[in-house]
Design a protein around this ligand. Structure first.
Ligand code: 13P
Ligand code: SF4
Length: 319
C-alpha cells in the first residue's frame, strides 16, 4: 500500500515549514539514508548509512521516528523501539535483497546447514533477522564475521556479493544465500573501465553490493559512509562513484571542488543506477506521513523480540 492521498496537498503549502512544525509537535526525529533525494536529506535530523541509522534509532529519545529510507530500515527502528511510533513515507519502499530472501525458503536453507552460524545483512525482513545469529551492515560485515572463531562454519545472507567480498577479505569460506541488490547489480565492468580510460587520474569508490568484476577495479570498497570518508580523504580531484547516486548530494557538499563521476547503469535508457525503492519517498509523502501519522510500521511483538537479539549483538560489537 502506498500513500494515495497526495492530491490533498495544497500547491501553495511550504513543505519545509510544515515538516518543521510537525517535527516539533510530534516530538519526532527524521532519519534519512544517503540515497534519499536531496531535499529529504536536507530536512533530516540525521543522515547516515544503515549502521549509523540503526545506532541513532536505538538511542533516540524522540517519541516518533520518521524513517526516510526503505522498509527494512524502518522495521529495524521499530524492533529497537517497540513502544514508539515509526513512520515510513511510502510502505512500498522495499528492497530487492529483503524481497529475495523469503522466510520459508530461508528456514529450509538454514536447516540444510545445521552446524552453521547465520550472519544476515541488515537488508532483510524481520523474519530473516529472527532466524539469524547476528546482523551486520556493510560497515561492519568483516568485523562481525571475523568475531566467530576460525573453523566455525558460517552461512551469510542475503547478499552474495557482499558475502563474497567479506569471504575474500578474510580468506574464509562461507555458504552464501544467492541474493543481490538489483541496483548495484546493474553496474557493469565495461562501463566502469570506459570511465577509467576517460578519467585516468580518478579514484574509484564502490559499494560491496557490487559484483566482484566491478569491485576488482575499485581503489576503495565500503559502505556509503566509508565511501564519503574516502572522498574527503583522497588527494584525487576526481572520484568515480559506484553506488546509488543519491550519495552525490552529501559528497558534493563535503567536496565542492572535487569532480564526482557517477557510473550509469548498464542500460543507459533507464535510470537503473537509482534505487526505485529509496526514490518512492518524496518530500510530499514525508509531510503527509507526519501529518496523518501513517503509514506506520508495525511488527508482531513476538517476532520483534526474536529479531531484536541478533540486532543487539551487532550493536554491541559495533560500539
Ligand atoms: P549502507 O548505507 O549501509 O552502505 O547500505 C547501502 C544500501 O544499499 C542501503 O540499502
Ligand atoms: Fe535494497 Fe539495493 Fe535499494 Fe539498497 S540500493 S535499498 S540494497 S535495492
Amino acid at each position: 500500500m502506498s500513500n494515495t492521498h497526495t492530491h490533498s496537498i495544497s500547491p501553495n503549502i511550504d513543505l519545509f515549514a510544515e515538516i518543521n512544525s510537525l517535527r516539533r509537535d510530534l516530538n519526532a526525529i527524521i532519519l534519512a539514508h544517503f540515497y534519499q533525494e536531496p531535499e529529504i536529506q536536507d530536512m533530516a535530523d540525521f543522515v547516515g548509512d544503515s549502521l549509523a541509522l540503526s545506532q541513532r534509532a536505538a538511542e533516540t529519545e524522540a517519541e516518533v521516528i520518521v524513517f526516510a529510507g526503505v522498509h527494512f530500515m524502518a522495521e529495524t527502528a521499530k524492533i529497537l523501539n517497540p513502544n514508539k511510533q515509526v513512520l515510513l513515507p511510502d510502505l512500498e519502499a522495499g528492497c530487492s535483497l529483503a524481497d529475495g530472501c523469503p522466510p520459508a525458503e530461508f528456514r529450509e536453507f538454514i536447516a540444510r546447514h545445521g552446524d552453521h552460524k547465520v550472519v544476515s545483512y541488515i537488508n532483510c525482513s524481520a523474519e530473516t533477522k529472527a532466524m539469524s545469529d547476528i546482523i551486520c551492515t556493510s560497515s561492519n560485515a568483516i568485523k562481525i564475521v571475523d568475531s566467530f572463531p576460525a573453523g566455525q562454519p558460517i552461512l551469510f545472507a542475503p547478499d552474495r556479493y557482499l558475502g563474497a567480498w567479506v569471504s575474500s577479505a578474510l580468506d574464509r569460506e562461507m555458504v552464501l544465500w544467492p541474493g543481490s541488490c538489483e541496483v548495484h547489480e546493474t553496474f557493469n565492468e565495461k562501463k566502469l573501465v570506459e570511465l577509467k580510460i576517460n578519467y585516468p587520474f580518478a579514484k574509484v569508490a564502490a559499494h560491496p553490493e557490487c559484483p566482484e568484476a566491478v569491485l576488482q577495479h575499485a581503489d576503495h570498497i565500503g559502505s556509503t559512509s566509508s565511501i564519503l570518508a574516502f572522498a574527503r580523504k583522497t588527494d584525487s580531484r576526481q572520484i568515480i562513484v559506484v553506488t546509488e547516486p543519491g550519495i552525490l548530494h552529501q559528497m558534493q557538499k563535503e567536496n565542492p571542488s572535487k569532480e564526482l563521476i557517477p557510473v550509469p547503469g548498464a542500460d543507459e535508457t533507464c535510470n537503473c543506477n537509482e534505487c526505485p525503492y529509496m526514490k518512492k519517498n518524496t518530500l510530499e509523502k514525508l509531510y503527509l506521513c507526519m501529518r496523518d501519522r501513517t503509514p506506520e510500521i508495525l511488527v508482531d511483538p513476538e517476532l520483534a523480540a526474536k529479531a531484536l537479539a541478533p540486532i543487539n549483538r551487532m550493536l554491541e560489537l559495533s560500539r
